[in-house]
Design a binder for this molecule. Structure first.
Ligand SMILES: [Zn+2]
Ligand SMILES: [Zn+2]
Length: 336
C-alpha cells in the first residue's frame, strides 16, 4: 500500500509498505484524513528519540473501518477517529487510570506506522466513533483538540480569569479557544507569525505580535499591571520560558505544554517570591478525547479556520515544507 514515509532528516517520500496484519482485537482503518503535528515535524527534523526510519508518520487521523479481527461492537464501514496512545496497562500510572502518562507510552505514527498511509491497524479501544454531522477532515483534529482540553482541564482556570497563551501554533490557538469555552475573560495570545495571529483574532483571541510589541509590557498593561491568573506556555523557547514568569500574576499558575528541545533556564527565585506554581501537561486521556469530539460536534469548537491545507499524500514533501513556514500554514491534512 501507499505510505508517506520519513526516510531521514528532512527527507520524506511516498513509498510502498505492507498492509498491516491484524492482531485479535484490532481493526484495519482506511485512512480518510491525517494531519501533520509538531511531533511529526520533530521526526522530520531527525530529532525524535524514538522514531525509526522508514516510518509512516501521522498520529492525528480519521477513517473508516475496513476489517475487524475479533469480537466487538464495531462494524465494517464505521467512521472513526483514532486516539493514538498505546499504553502498557501494567505500570503504576496505567493502574491508576492515567494511561496517557504510562511509563512506556508509545504512539501510533511514532513507534509504529501511522496515518500517512492507506491503512493502519488500530486496537479497538483506541477507536472513537465520529458522530453524524462531524466531517472526516474536522474529526482528524480530535487529537490536538483533546490536547487542548486536557491542558485547560489541568489548569486552575476560573470563570472571568485573564489567560495568556505564549505561542499561536495549532495547540496554542486551540488552548485559547478551549480556555474561552471554559470561561476565561480575556485571552491574550502571542506569536511572531502575523498569519497565525490574524487567525487568533478571527477566533476571538487578542493577538500580540512579539515582533512589534514587548509582550511582557503589553500583557501587564492589559491586566492592570498584575499579570494573568493562568499562563499557557506553548512555544518552547527561552524567550517564552522567561515571559511565562513575567506575565503570570502573583500566586498564579504556569502550564507548560511545550516539549522543550533544549532545557531552558527558569528563574525559580522569581517564582518563589510570588508563590507561582508551575504544572506540565502531556497528551490527553480517553475522556478528554471524547470531550474534544463532543465540543467539535456541538459546534462549540470549530476547527475549520485551523485547516490551512488539504493535500493528497503524494504531496507529502510539499506538506512538510508548508509546515516549516508558520506564515503560510497552521494545520496541513493529507488524504491518502
Ligand atoms: Zn499531535
Ligand atoms: Zn503503563
Amino acid at each position: 500500500m501507499k505510505a508517506g514515509l520519513y526516510i531521514s532528516e528532512k527527507k520524506v517520500m511516498v513509498g510502498q509498505i505492507e498492509v498491516p496484519d491484524l492482531q485479535p482485537g484490532e481493526a484495519l482503518i482506511k485512512v480518510a484524513f491525517a494531519g501533520i503535528c509538531g511531533t511529526d515535524m520533530m521526526i522530520y527534523a531527525g530529532k525524535h528519540p524514538r522514531a525509526k526510519a522508514p516510518l509512516a508518520m501521522g498520529h492525528e487521523f480519521s477513517g473508516r473501518i475496513e476489517r475487524l479481527q475479533g469480537e466487538s461492537d464495531w462494524a465494517v464501514g464505521d467512521r472513526v477517529v483514532i486516539e493514538p496512545t498505546l499504553s502498557c496497562g501494567q505500570c503504576e500510572a496505567c493502574l491508576a487510570g492515567a494511561s496517557h502518562v504510562c511509563k512506556t507510552l508509545k504512539l501510533i505514527g511514532i513507534d509504529k506506522h501511522g496515518g500517512f498511509a492507506e491503512y493502519v491497524a488500530v486496537p479497538f479501544d483506541r477507536l472513537h466513533r465520529i458522530p453524524e454531522g462531524l466531517s472526516d477532515a474536522h474529526a482528524a483534529l480530535a487529537e490536538p483538540v483533546a490536547i487542548a482540553v486536557h491542558t485547560v482541564r489541568r489548569s486552575n482556570l476560573k470563570v472571568g480569569d485573564h489567560v495568556v497563551v505564549l505561542g499561536a501554533g495549532p495547540i496554542g490557538l486551540l488552548t485559547g479557544m478551549i480556555a474561552k469555552q471554559a470561561g476565561a475573560g480575556q485571552v491574550l495570545i502571542s506569536d511572531i507569525s502575523s498569519y497565525r495571529l490574524a487567525k487568533a483574532e478571527q477566533l476571538g483571541l487578542t493577538a500580540l505580535n512579539a515582533k512589534e510589541v514587548n509582550v511582557t509590557e503589553e500583557i501587564l498593561k492589559r491586566t492592570n499591571g498584575n499579570g494573568a491568573e493562568v499562563v499557557f506556555e506553548v512555544a518552547g523557547n527561552q524567550i517564552t520560558a522567561k515571559q511565562m514568569i513575567e506575565t503570570v500574576k502573583t500566586q498564579g499558575q504556569i502550564v507548560v505544554v511545550s516539549v522543550f528541545k533544549q532545557a531552558p533556564a527558569i528563574d525559580l527565585a522569581a517564582m518563589h517570591y510570588r508563590e507561582i506554581s508551575l504544572t506540565t501537561t502531556r497528551c490527553c486521556s480517553k475522556s478528554d478525547f471524547a470531550k474534544a469530539i463532543k465540543l467539535m460536534h456541538s459546534g462549540a469548537i470549530d476547527v475549520a479556520p485551523l485547516i490551512s491545507h488539504e493535500l493528497p499524500l503524494e504531496q507529502i514533501e510539499e506538506g512538510f515544507h508548508l509546515m516549516e513556514n508558520p506564515d503560510v500554514s497552521i494545520k496541513v491534512l493529507f488524504h491518502p
